[in-house]
Design a protein around this ligand. Structure first.
Ligand code: FES
Length: 167
């Protein structure tokens, strides 16, 4: 067993884990943060997306012990005090969900994606261009969110929500 410390949604957490435990299982099983979902458990669906130091990752592919002394944000940490995150409000306004299973991953991924865009990280759509030089178009959003699948097919609402917040 290994002792690690993580700051999860601003709270210092100390957990004693087997080195084989994924970050996803640590968040859900050890810390009770079940908003982060397990879909494929193979890095293919994005349901388990969380933010580590502001960058989005698939927590099913990460070992928790790799994240000692890091800042983790899950869907439970997106809302401010008593108020939903602007993306959460936009998802509600635009029907950006149906069953909701992928929604926590979609939200965390969108938060990370918007930060990447603001930082000028290029994507396959913008290629070599600095992304901040181009509008965050629907194609751009779809490409940057392509790691997050929605089996209900709520993509139009998801893209509309992100476009609204990015504007
Ligand atoms: Fe992690 Fe599907 S559960 S990518």
């Amino acid at each position: 067993m290994v002792d690690i410390r993580m700051r999860v949604n601003g709270v210092e957490e100390k957990v004693d884990l087997s080195p084989q435990v994924s970050l996803l299982d640590a968040l859900r099983g050890e810390l009770g943060l079940t908003g982060t979902k397990k879909g494929c458990d193979q890095g293919a669906c994005g349901a388990c997306t969380v933010l580590v130091d502001g960058e989005r990752i698939n927590s099913c592919l990460a070992l928790a012990v790799q994240y000692d002394d890091r800042d983790i944000t899950t869907v439970e940490g997106l809302a401010g005090e008593g108020e939903a995150h602007p993306l959460q409000k936009a998802f509600i306004r635009n029907d950006g969900l149906q069953c909701g299973y992928c929604t926590s991953g979609q939200l965390c991924s969108a938060v990370g994606m918007l930060a990447e865009h603001e930082a000028g990280a290029p994507s396959a759509v913008t290629e070599h261009l600095c992304a901040t030089d181009v509008e965050l178009s629907e194609d751009e959003i779809r490409e940057r969110m392509s790691g997050n699948l929605c089996r209900c097919g709520a993509y139009n609402g998801i893209v509309a929500s992100i476009k609204e917040v990015a504007a």
